[in-house]
Write a protein that binds this ligand. Structure first.
Ligand SMILES: [Zn+2]
Length: 266
């Protein structure tokens, strides 16, 4: 029933460029869950000001800017904490992995879990209500750094996200869109969707406006990391990285590895 309603989600800005996402219950929007509360004070201030009732904490992976406020919030609000089974994170009550589903108490919110190894090995996403909370795996116009996984794992994780329904709203953790599109223009100079969206994002950021959520449909158009199976990107990268065409043509995983390395040094 709640699947037909658009999910109400509020961003809380934290640190330099993080968003802590607040997911509102579809029936009683004062009841909320938070995703990746890196900073407890940001969440506590918002809860106090808005008179929200925290019902759950959702964690995508173990990095400090995602879990830093977890224990303090858990202690103050006594709510269940959901997180990845494959990572060691203090304070997790429900250890989640592939195809698990969760129903958040006192809400109508339910999510299924998608395993996304690559940025970290145990990284998970929460998918439901036509929305995906994907942490540091897929960013708008880019993807997370490959700290723990292999190119094959990361490529397959991005492919899982790309296979979600086109209308799926994408809630990632960082406001990296402008920098990502600058790199996307470099990697795919002939892609007019990317250059047009780049102009749009530059104008948004000049007004200090948020560029999220994105959608899977939009990312498939403007995110080079979702174009690794495309010949046009493969040829462009071969040219930029001085590889022979044969090293990348029809090799999406090698194309992903090359693209990720170029972005690391961009
Ligand atoms: Zn991270």
């Amino acid at each position: 029933m709640s699947e037909t309603k658009t999910l109400k989600v509020s961003p809380l800005a934290a640190f330099q460029d993080n968003y802590i996402w607040v997911i509102h219950d579809t029936e009683n929007p004062q009841n909320i869950a938070v995703v990746d509360p890196g900073d407890a004070n940001v969440v506590k201030n918002a809860i106090r000001n808005k008179k929200w009732n925290l019902q759950a904490i959702l964690i995508t992976h173990h990095h400090h800017d995602h879990v830093g406020g977890l224990l303090e919030l858990k202690q103050e609000f006594s709510v269940p904490v959901y997180g990845p089974a494959m990572e060691s994170i203090q304070g997790i009550d429900f250890n989640l992995g592939h195809a698990d589903t969760i129903n958040i108490k006192n809400t109508h919110l339910n999510f299924s879990i998608i395993d996304l190894p690559g940025h970290t090995l145990g990284h998970i996403a929460y998918y439901g209500h036509r929305s995906v909370f994907c942490g540091d795996t897929l960013f708008s116009g880019g993807c997370g750094r490959m700290f723990e996984g292999t190119p094959k794992e990361f490529y397959e994780s991005l492919s899982k996200l790309a296979d979600l329904p086109e209308e799926t709203a994408v809630y990632c953790t960082h406001e990296y869109t402008e920098a990502n599109l600058k790199f996307a223009c470099y990697a795919e100079p002939d892609n007019s969707d990317i250059s047009a969206y780049n102009d749009y994002v530059i104008a948004l950021r000049a007004k200090n406006k948020i560029t999220l959520p994105s959608t899977i449909a939009l990312e498939k158009k403007i995110n080079p990391f979702l174009h690794c199976a495309n010949e046009s990107l493969q040829l462009s990268l071969a040219n930029i990285s001085k590889l022979s065409k044969e090293e990348l043509l029809n090799k999406p995983i090698d194309t992903f590895a090359t693209l990720r390395k170029l972005k690391d040094n961009f």
